[in-house]
Every structure is written in structure tokens, then in C-alpha cells.
Design a protein around this ligand. Structure first.
Ligand SMILES: [Mn+2]
Length: 406
């Protein structure tokens, strides 16, 4: 197939594409910079972030080289362990970033063995609810627009738990949380069909999230994590439906081969992610405006150098969005109307194979960042300096890398 280049786009199409990309922003996760691993163990990296100060420095570095990651999602228990701390907000500002989505942590404490907001024990349900309400308060004070909820709740065996009762418990909690949120905060409800529970999870798919959102209130929206689907799932169709229902709250981007692998975006199946962006680009074209959702990364890197992996994912997302914007929507609509199946499919795949490098270089020039952010970062010496400083810091702390993700 002939490789198209975005230079062949009409100048008005190229200008529109550049304008859209100049408005395109992605949120990075604080936990993606920390020492993380799998359930089998961790491979420690000298340059991995030890504390929130390091994480914000790394996020600032990602933003410095990409120009499009101005916010950082935080995990309350790891990043605000003692409640809201204005020093963290000031520290973020010093590194050129802001606090983004607030993620309560409802899966680490021993009491959550049989669930958090779905637990049979009312005292545990209350503890989980109180933690979410504390997270809302942190979000209010940090001026975050998003409360991002993922529940590890579920069961391992048939008969172990009352599915309908758990659904009711979760609904009750979500209603209370929704009422407590400031009027400009959006509740994101994530889903996942497996892990850590093996028989069922309470928030198992987009339909479950949708039902919970509808019950919680009008500011609750569905969060789509690309690693949280069963094999063969048509994620772009889910996205199209959620867009049509005005129920898409945002994304957790990552790539995977088998399960929730947290691989860099585009590493395994870039065409899958492109097809999702193509649905969004089509929606934006029809609506005549940018979709208002949270574009977030959720990756905890295991063997990858952390900041490099985040930069590679960020520019990977940006590139796929650029390609999706190359689809000529009017020509596609005409081909669809004529039932020209071959032409329709070709337009989508041609857009995917379009070389958007000239457009990305133009965007980065306007943003004042290097044309090749990853290479510039690799040359900068940041990682080596961080490794040296953090080796020293670890020695002072006499720790080998902290707890699981913190
Ligand atoms: Mn996620």
C-alpha cells in the first residue's frame, strides 16, 4: 500500500489538524513513575520515583519534552496519605504541572478482602465510603475536576456472594458520593471483568458502569481503561455508544497483549487504539466541537525506564489521534451512503498508514518542545541525574524502594 503523508492534506485540513492537536492534552499517572512490578516481584530502578516530589518532577519532565501533559493523576493513599496537603499542589506548580484526577484507594487495606463499597459488613462499607468522601475533599481543595473510581470488589466462587445485594450496596455509596461532589467535579466509574476477583467483579463491564453512573447522578460518567476488556472485545463500538449516550467520561490509555498488561500505547495493537480515536474524531466532526473527556494514561511500568515509557506513550497517543483526524469524514459519509464497502475500509486504513510526522513537528514547534521528545529526553541527562540523586535518597531512607506502588 502506498504510504500517504500528511503533507498531501489540503492546507485547510492540515491547519485544522494542527489546531486540534494544539488543544490535545493527556494526563499522566503519578504511579507510573514509581517502583512497580508484577505480583511476582519488582525489578528495582535507581531512577524510579521514591515519593510524590520525585513523581511530580518526572511528570514535569514528561510535560517539558512533550508539551501536552500538564496534569498528574494521583492516588490518595500514596500521594496524599494524610489528607489534602497544599505543599503538594505548590510542588506540582514548581514542576510546571497540576494535580489531575483523584483516585481513592479501595484495594490495599486488609479489611477489603471481601469488598469495599460492596462488603457485607456495614462498618467496612462505611470505611470505604468515608475514604471516597475524603478523596472528594482532597479533589475540591486541589481544584481537581475528576474523581476517578476503580473498585477491586468481586468474588472468586459461585455462591460466595449475593450479586444483587452487592449491586445495591455499591449504588447506595455512589449516590452519597455524587451528592458530596462539588458542582464542577465529574465522577468517573471504571470497569474491569477480571482481576483481582476471578469469578466476578462487581463493576465488570461498560454496561455495569453505565447503570451505576445513571443511578449515581448526572455528573457520573463511564471510564474506559483499554486493558480492561475480554479478548476480541470491540472497544471502539463501546466508545461510539458511550459518546452517543453522552456517557463517556474518559480513558485510561495503555496497550496489552493478553490482559491488563500496562504496556506502552501503540506497542502491540496501534490499529485498535487508532480505531477508537477514529470514532472520537468522527463524533467531533459531527458535533463541530472537541469532546469533553478525561484523556488519561494508566500504566505502571515494570521493566521500562519510567519517564521514557511515559513520553513514548504520550507521543504514541498524539500520533494516533493525528492519524484519526486524517480521515476525510465527508468522503467517508459519501462512500457509506453509496454502500461502497471497499472505499470505506480503505479510507480508514489509509488514514492509519498516513505519515503524520510533518504535522507533529509543526505542532511541537508551536508548543515550543523538541520535534523528537523521546530522543531529546534521552540526551538530556535527566534520567542519569535522577538515578544518582535517588540512589543517595534511598540510602538515606534505608529503603529498597518503598511499598508496592508508592
Ligand atoms: Mn485504569
Amino acid at each position: 500500500m502506498a504510504r500517504r503523508t500528511s503533507e498531501k492534506l489540503s492546507s485547510s485540513a492540515a491547519d485544522k489538524l494542527i489546531d486540534r492537536l494544539l488543544r490535545f492534552r493527556i494526563e499522566v499517572p503519578s504511579w507510573g513513575y514509581a517502583q512497580t512490578g508484577t505480583r511476582f516481584g519488582k525489578f528495582l530502578q535507581d531512577a524510579a520515583a521514591i515519593d510524590i516530589e520525585d513523581k511530580l518532577a518526572d511528570a514535569g519532565s514528561t510535560h517539558k519534552y512533550t508539551g501536552i501533559t500538564p496534569t498528574v493523576a494521583v492516588h490518595v493513599s500514596w500521594d496524599f496519605p494524610n489528607g489534602f496537603d497544599p505543599a503538594v499542589v505548590r510542588l506540582a506548580a514548581r514542576h510546571g504541572v497540576k494535580i489531575g484526577a483523584i483516585n481513592p484507594n479501595l484495594f490495599q487495606d486488609q479489611c477489603y478482602k471481601h469488598g469495599s463499597v460492596t462488603n457485607r459488613d456495614g462498618a467496612i462499607r462505611k470505611k470505604a465510603l468515608d475514604h471516597i468522601l475524603d478523596s472528594v475533599e482532597i479533589g475540591r481543595q486541589a481544584k481537581s475536576g475528576y474523581l476517578s473510581l476503580w473498585f477491586a470488589d468481586g468474588a472468586n466462587y459461585p455462591g460466595q456472594a449475593d450479586i444483587r445485594q452487592r449491586k445495591e450496596f455499591a449504588t447506595e455509596a455512589l449516590k452519597v458520593v455524587h451528592k458530596a461532589m462539588p458542582s464542577d467535579m465529574v465522577m468517573l466509574i471504571e470497569y474491569k471483568p477480571f482481576e483481582p476477583a476471578t469469578y466476578f467483579t462487581d463493576f465488570f463491564d461498560w454496561g455495569a458502569s453505565y447503570v451505576f453512573c445513571k443511578a449515581a447522578g448526572h455528573r457520573a460518567k463511564v471510564l474506559v481503561d483499554l486493558g480492561h476488556h475480554l479478548p476480541g472485545c470491540n472497544i471502539e463500538q463501546i466508545v461510539a455508544w458511550l459518546l452517543d449516550e453522552k456517557m463517556l467520561g474518559g480513558f485510561h490509555f495503555n496497550d496489552h497483549k493478553y490482559a491488563d498488561d500496562d504496556l506502552m500505547v501503540g506497542a502491540i495493537d496501534p490499529y485498535q487504539t487508532f480505531r477508537i480515536f477514529s470514532e472520537i474524531a468522527g463524533y467531533e466532526f459531527d458535533e463541530g466541537k472537541d469532546v469533553d473527556i478525561a484523556w488519561m494514561i494508566d500504566q505502571s511500568h515494570n521493566i521500562e525506564a519510567k519517564v521514557q515509557a511515559m513520553i513514548r506513550t504520550t507521543v504514541g497517543i498524539q500520533e494516533l489521534m493525528a492519524k484519526a483526524l486524517c480521515v476525510d469524514r465527508k468522503a467517508l459519509a459519501a462512500a457509506q451512503a453509496a454502500e461502497d464497502t471497499i472505499a470505506c475500509e480503505r479510507m480508514i486504513r489509509d488514514a492509519f498508514f498516513t505519515d503524520v510526522t510533518p504535522v507533529l513537528h509543526a505542532v511541537r514547534g508551536k508548543l515550543g518542545v523538541p520535534a523528537d521528545p523521546l530522543e531529546a529526553f534521552r540526551q538530556s541527562g535527566y534520567e542519569q541525574a535522577a538515578a544518582k540523586a535517588r540512589r543517595r535518597k534511598r540510602k538515606e531512607l534505608e529503603t529498597s524502594g518503598g511499598s508496592n506502588y508508592a
